[in-house]
Write a protein that binds this ligand. Structure first.
Ligand SMILES: NC(=O)c1ccc[n+]([C@@H]2O[C@H](COP(=O)([O-])OP(=O)(O)OC[C@H]3O[C@@H](n4cnc5c(N)ncnc54)[C@H](OP(=O)(O)O)[C@@H]3O)[C@@H](O)[C@H]2O)c1
Length: 319
């Protein structure tokens, strides 16, 4: 558990650490008035619902706002939320994430780009820090090695273009942090792990899965802890985070099924061209996470560990 974040603590004083610092232990726990106020948008989404208790558990005063309570594309609603909550930090988990639908639905750019600009402007006006969550899909996938934060972005889908515009809007604020993640899975949201398991549970014995796109599957649990670590350190700019382990979707499906005890299901490798979905996806979107590791000095787990935890929680939904 990390130290309690209060206004009196310099960001460096609350460095991500498994053990509380003696100096912090000796100080009194910040009161609600002293704790930093964090607005989380898109709070009922897959990441937002996992992130909310992680940030609250670290001692921040958290105000989770699902879309029904705060639409990030609505300037008036955002202004009202800032007046009421007076956040010092805004973590934007709101996004239009249906990648194929982004190709034809103008609402996607409104959420992924314009909504971020509205939040960024409000943050600058009120002196709040913006944490924007972004994606590996800002890259074109042509690079033959993992993508670093210094690599040129060149999105090949409407989703990627919207998310890149959102990054640019966020970075207008000098204190903004943009965390790029990839291939998310977690409770409370539709994701690849669910897609595979539910097909098999529905009786499918053969699954064609794309084998010419590779990336790093990432658990929302681990991404939430990573965002907390970066936030606590006061990091600004762009940082990549992903769990360890590079796989194609085909290889990922095989590992999911083996871990779930469905190793007998046939996974058939196929190509993105054969599936022909509306949006193009990068063939390589492996993120290089060495900047994150150097900044936080925290090890990154292989995706198999949180995947096993995900499956255990799935088997006991009340847990
Ligand atoms: N999923 C992935 O594989 C993946 C990979 C890399 C990066 N990311 C990024 O990670 C972040 C979190 O994604 P996620 O997987 O948690 O997505 P998600 O489950 O789709 O959650 C997004 C949330 O945003 C809400 N939302 C949509 N439009 C909104 C608006 N105008 N105002 C406020 N809220 C709005 C959605 O509400 P409704 O459900 O009611 O629309 C949903 O609750 C996003 O920035 C995404 O781009 C995701």
């Amino acid at each position: 558990m990390m130290s309690q974040p209060g206004r009196s603590l310099a960001p460096e004083a609350a460095v991500a650490s498994a053990e509380p610092q003696p100096g912090v232990l000796a100080s009194p726990r910040p009161t609600a008035e002293e704790r930093l106020r964090v607005l989380i948008t898109g709070a009922s989404g897959m990441l937002g619902s996992e992130l909310t208790p992680v940030i609250a558990g670290a001692g921040y005063e958290v105000y989770p706002r699902p879309r029904a309570e705060l639409d990030v594309t609505d300037v008036e609603e955002v202004a009202r939320a800032f007046r009421q909550i007076r956040p010092e930090i805004v973590i934007n988990c709101a996004a239009f994430t249906r990648v194929d639908a982004c190709e034809s639905d103008a609402a996607a750019f409104a959420v992924n780009a314009d909504g971020v600009a509205i939040l960024a402007e409000a943050c600058v006006r009120h002196g709040a820090r913006l944490v924007q969550v972004s994606t590996d899909f800002v890259f074109d996938g042509e690079k033959q090695a993992p993508y670093t934060e210094l690599d040129e972005t060149a999105p090949i889908s409407a989703y990627g273009r919207g998310k890149r515009a959102g990054e640019e809007a966020a970075l207008q604020s000098p204190t903004a942090l943009v965390v790029r993640a990839s291939w998310l899975f977690g409770r409370g949201g539709w994701n690849f792990v669910e897609a595979i398991l539910q097909q098999v549970e529905g009786g499918k014995r053969t699954l064609p899965v794309v084998d010419d796109q590779k990336g790093r599957p990432t658990a929302t649990t681990d991404l939430s802890e990573a965002i907390l670590a970066l936030l606590t350190l006061g990091v600004t700019g762009v940082v990549h985070f992903a769990n360890r382990g590079e796989v194609t979707w085909f290889e990922f499906a095989r590992q999911i099924l083996t871990l779930a005890g469905h190793g007998d299901v046939r996974v058939v490798p196929t190509t993105a061209a054969a599936i022909a979905r509306p949006a193009s996806r990068p063939s390589n979107s492996v993120l290089d996470t060495s900047k994150y590791e150097a900044l936080t000095n925290r090890p990154i787990r292989h995706f198999r560990e949180p995947l096993l935890e995900y499956m255990a929680r799935r088997a006991r939904p009340e847990a």
